[in-house]
Design a protein around this ligand. Sequence first.
Ligand code: ATP
Ligand code: MG
Length: 551
Amino acid sequence: MSEEKSNNFIEEIVEQDLKEGKYKRILTRFPPEPNGYLHIGHAKSICLNFGLTMKYNGDTNLRFDDTNPVTEDTEYVESIKEDIRWLGFSWINEFYASDYFERLHEFAIELIKKGLAYVDDSTSEQIALEKGSHTTPGIENKYRSRSVEENLQLFAGMKNGQFKEGEKVLRAKINMASTNMHMRDPVMYRIKYAYHHRTGDKWCIYPLYDFAHGQSDSIEKITHSVCTLEFVPHRELYDWYIKELGIFPSHQYEFARLNMTYTVMSKRKLLQLVNEQFVSGWDDPRMPTISGLRRKGYTPSSIRLFCEKIGIARRDNLIDISLLEFCIREELNTTANRRMAVINPVKLIIENYEDGRSERVTLENLPNEPENVREVSFGREIYIEREDFMEIPVKKWFRLAPGQMVRLKGAYIIKCERIEKDQSGEVSCIYCSYFPESKSGHDTSNMKVKGVIHWVHALDCVPAEFRLYSHLFKSENPALESGDFKDDINPDSLIVKRGVIENGMKTSPYGNHFQFLRNGYFCVDKDSKAENLVFNRTVGLKDSFVPQKKN
Ligand code: ATP
Ligand code: MG
């Protein structure tokens, strides 16, 4: 990769800064708000922030941006830490924006004393109205000219709980006519009588994002503060606070946020899916969360590869989810042990195979590793996939059909002699004969068949549940759909099948990966127990998804 031109413009900035000696060592931060679980979009930001400092020998702080007491929770804090570690990164410091409440409060007083902040009694509606628009300047209201003493006194009153929520706010005094709306006297503090997950009831005023974020960066001496593009218009304000307070000059850089097809990425929407039980939880394998992807069978390296492939762009784009699937498929193709599982079984009896007899057949665990094999038992009664039999075969059908022959993977060639159906007309048993000289590896039969199918010995197998996932949404960009995004949920995003699997897999621990021959890549789910094995389909063997055409 190193000879290729970098697809990461932030790396170029860092390289330049280091060359010019602007910093001796770079320091980045990953600043999640603990109001939900991390998703694949966050993974992009994590790979960028930690990736930069790994490459250029710096450090990364983990900072919980916990300035909004209402939506935050320690459950989220723990899950965020677990997910970052799992992705393979470690932070040098764990900080909380709430650790800086005291400092931020001092900064606010400093700005008041410099005549750069004032207490405003207007309602939020009034403030919004007076802000003006992109074409008209805002209005300077009467509170703007309050004296420093009065402002100090009122701000102390806000802090001491003398006022009700919404009764007063503290605003920066910048420029009500600025072309940048964010510079029109932005709110710095609001009153909120809410319990905070770390500071408890100590505070009843809380800083807004813009007043907390840059100053937190500066307190930590962050050199490169990267965030997503929607913060471009905030940068002027970020710089203004730092300049007026005369504190460490952190710099903000923006990159495109990751959007992916067939899913939604905002925590607010993901929380709705969880709360309204469209999914089983934050770690439902259909969720784009790190924990969901992990449970589905994604590995840290596949997610890191995906983040590297998409690069760091300056413009928003929509990434095809099949790129993510490609990354895990490529990896599992070389690492996942092969096994035979029959997901939709039908019984098959080989009538000329002696009753009570069984034998071992040898199968490869991984391609191109002839020494790496296992033995699987074979006998008179087996299961095959229902889809591998066709009573009236279509043209070029090389699998089983009346009178037709097929090879059982690693075992013998069989021929379908007759079938039996149940009352509903469904095939209940397929009767075959086999050719004893055709055993794989010892084949002296000279017979040629085109089809090879997998199977499981009926007397030596274990029942298992297979959870087959497809995209959670029907359309490519559900976030763009008009109306409720939940109306776009794919009703077939989870299909549960009960089938059988070759014996010897009872002890596979949670997270173990397999390729079930001809069926796809699967991993052991956390619900799996020795008496009820559960497998999640991570991804199919090849990209087979056909998007629905919109009318
Ligand atoms: P959401 O809208 O999903 O709640 P957020 O931006 O509010 O996302 P934060 O917890 O504030 O979530 O994000 C932490 C960091 O992750 C921020 O620096 C943010 O820019 C980054 N981030 C969040 N979503 C994405 C995304 N889709 N692509 C890239 N980076 C992202
Ligand atoms: Mg946020």
